[in-house]
Write a new protein. Sequence first.
Lengths: 176, 180
Amino acid sequence: MPERPLDSETVADCNREFKGQLERYAWAIVRDWSLASDAVQNGFVALSQFGGDVAPEARKSWLFKVVHREALRIRSSESRYKQAAHDAGVVRETQTTYEVSQLENLAKKEQIAGLGQRIEALSNEQQQVLKLRIFEDRTFAEIAETLQIPLGTALSRMRLALDRLRANDTEKDHEK
Amino acid sequence: MKNKMPNNPSNHLLEAMLYVLNDPFLDRDEYEQRLASDPLLGESVAEAVGLLQDIKAVSASHTKPVVTVAVPLSAQRAPVVFWQWSISIAASIAMIAYVGWQSFVFERNNHNQLANVVNAWSDLHQLDGLDNVEDAKLRSVGLESELMLEADEVLDEDVPDWLISATVAPVAVSVGETIQ
């Protein structure tokens, strides 16, 4: 692992560019925004201390790997902490909401409005699967059984729905 | 048995969504091992989390559900649905019958009470020859005055004068004074 520090300006640029993405990634592993933020923070500390020799085009991948490791470490220690707290009868609240700045909030509102239209434009079959999986928390096996379709078809409908939603996002990004 | 999808870029977002949603179809341990070595998969996971947040935000910003689903009636659900419908229809019929019976009983009681009053009034009318309540009032006033007159007559005739005057003007009795 490279051990030369990286200048603070470059670290700040990386932070602006990748922080949101890395936090969402870390959240998928630890399931808590506060812990996800800790994992990402540790990633940037590591970048500032040891990232001097990382090629600029490899910084993002490097950060993803470090954040992955940090998130797993935090999850592991958190599960140990939770077990100990549970044994001691202590309840700890998890941070379930992701806080965004006002400017980000405005952009987010536009993005969400557009996404709503795109969801409505999905076929009924795709909407069915999306709703059952995301809002009713049914597994794909249950969805297939409910809709009396093969499991592969249920997965395929979800994939097509996600692709359509993403494709539109990508087009929107290109338009900017 | 855990499943593995073909490592096809078109499946990356779906796999990531399965991971984020904790779907048992995906082998999570195996997927996390792949995540550690392939940052591109990590980007898909971040994208899936973002998309999921946005979809939920869309739902929260609408008063009506964004997606409405009509689930077809399967052979397994049919008996359940049948019983649900039967119970709700039976409950509705019971409720209507109860309300109907209650109003019938109320109506009948009301009618009986009125009939009793009318009968009683008509019996009274036949016995006394009274035409109305006013007559009854007058009658009672007349009886009272008759009783009073009778009482006056009794007082006048049978009570001695001294007793009448004693009740009107009480005798003052002081210490040491005796009544003779």
